[in-house]
Design a protein around this ligand. Structure first.
Ligand SMILES: [Zn+2]
Length: 206
């Protein structure tokens, strides 16, 4: 059983203050989370840096990821170590992910930058149903969408600063390898959890 943050931003995102070094140090120090996906905006540079810094620690697993900005909203691709040509439209980004054997997660579908009702139809592997930067209502709507579409629901902090790290995680029944984690997400062997056990995550935002 792994505890995984599937959505966070390093300083390579431009709007985040989390350096790759700080992230790796905090991840190594964390008592139970030791897998993260790096999902910077439109770049894999942060992932490559974090992966390099994490290499000496064999208890850490870093998943390649990127949060692609499209005109229709954001899309997360995991498991792909190359970028599509950007700008890219939403459907082409999905096609790129599938062709590259990556998986597609729809982040915060009903928050700003979410793809909203387009999330009803696009070919996704999971829906982010717990994101502390979305309102409680937006997360509930995402959760309902995941149920309606019969897709796994996952959690990600969407952290852009150190104090936003580790507030939620996705519990994943998998071995700590990139392939096993990605397959487990596709199979739905996942559970979104707010860090305060038994209590709903405190949501911020309007
Ligand atoms: Zn994000």
């Amino acid at each position: 059983m792994l505890r995984v943050d599937l959505h966070l931003h390093t300083a390579f995102s431009g709007d985040s203050s989390i350096s790759p070094r700080l992230l790796v140090d905090q991840l190594h120090a964390h008592p139970s989370i030791n897998v993260v996906a790096i999902t910077d905006h439109n770049t894999l540079e942060g992932y490559f840096q974090v992966q390099k810094l994490a290499r000496p620690y064999n208890d850490l697993t870093i998943l390649p990821g990127v949060e692609i900005s499209t005109k229709k909203g954001d899309l997360i691709i995991l498991g792909v170590e190359e970028m599509p040509n950007i700008p890219i439209d939403l459907y082409s980004a999905v096609d790129f992910a599938k062709a590259s054997e990556g998986i597609v997660i729809i982040p915060h579908p009903y928050r700003s930058m979410g793809i909203e009702d387009l999330a009803m139809n696009i070919e996704a592997d999971a829906i982010e149903v717990l994101n502390p930067t979305a309102t409680k209502k937006e997360n509930v709507m995402a959760h309902n969408l995941a149920r309606m579409r019969n897709l796994p629901g996952v959690a990600g902090t969407d952290a852009h600063s150190a104090n936003e790290l580790w507030t939620v995680y996705t519990e994943i029944k998998a071995q700590p390898s990139i392939d096993d984690v990605l397959r487990a997400i596709q199979k739905g062997a996942v559970k979104p959890v707010a860090w305060a056990q038994g209590k709903p995550a405190e949501m911020r935002g309007g």
